[in-house]
Design a protein around this ligand. Structure first.
Ligand SMILES: [Mg+2]
Length: 256
């Protein structure tokens, strides 16, 4: 007979944008400042919807290696400002720089982020960040926001063999942390990128969905509505006599 099950988590790996860092808020603030300078005077909600639509169209093509980081930025800005003559690459790069500077000035952590990282550390668990994006940008976000994660524990996809949700991204981080798959918990805001990828790699996964009214979701994976709930979830997970409580290999349906 063995004693009650004790899950052996070794590390919690957080996604960065919209999990720890308020990316959407920073984009909104940047567009409020930048877009009117280029003649886009619509209400902010329309600007934000347009900008994120273009991001969804072009950013995955950068991550797939079809476009360079500059090519996808130019394509987005030209589509966002069709009334401006931005045929010249230098002109469109200049326009994007203005956006980026405003975006950078707006970087901040989500209100529950710093405490969640501290709570994981207090348990003696390692903390890492696995983020899709260009290393120089993502690493600067960590520094600029004062996030308590050392650079050797920050894993941007541009330094990995693949971006999330590809299993290779998760395997690289797992190797770097010297952990087994079932010792790692991924926490992210994107079900198809963070959660599905982690589960495919055999990790535990937790979706943070701040827009969800409650945690009684009926999902195939565990969901929290704030990082403030992590402590409770980790308690339950690490002490449950029935075995790990955070859903992993037992999922029966693919996340949407
Ligand atoms: Mg995210």
């Amino acid at each position: 007979m063995t004693g009650p099950h004790r899950a052996r988590l070794r590390a919690v790996v957080f996604d960065l944008d919209d999990t720890l860092l308020d990316h959407q808020g920073a984009v909104r603030d940047a567009l409020r400042e930048w877009a009117p300078r280029w003649g886009r005077q619509q209400d902010l909600a329309a600007l934000v919807a347009d900008w994120f639509g273009l991001e969804r169209s072009y950013y995955p093509r950068f991550q797939a290696g079809e476009l360079t980081v500059h090519q996808q930025r130019r394509a987005r800005v030209r589509a966002f400002l069709p009334h401006v003559d931005l045929r010249d690459d230098a002109a469109v790069d200049d326009a994007f720089d203005g956006y980026w500077q405003a975006y950078e000035r707006s970087w901040r952590l989500l209100p529950d982020a710093a405490d969640a990282v501290t709570a994981v550390r207090v348990r003696g668990l390692d903390v890492a960040v696995l983020t899709n994006g260009r290393a120089s940008d993502q690493r600067r976000k960590v520094v600029a926001t004062g996030l308590d994660v050392p650079q050797e524990r920050v894993f941007p996809s541009s330094e990995l063999p693949a971006a999330k949700p590809h299993v290779a991204a998760f395997r690289s981080v797992q190797d770097a942390l010297g952990a087994d798959a079932d010792e790692l918990l991924m926490v992210g805001d994107n079900a198809s990128v963070d959660v599905a990828g982690a589960i495919a790699a055999g990790w535990y996964a937790l979706l943070v969905d701040r827009a969800r009214p409650d945690t009684d979701s009926g999902s195939a994976y565990s969901v929290i509505t704030s990082l403030a709930e992590m402590d409770r979830v980790l308690d339950r997970h690490m002490q449950s006599p029935q075995g790990p409580s955070i859903c992993a290999a037992a999922v029966t349906q693919a996340p949407q």
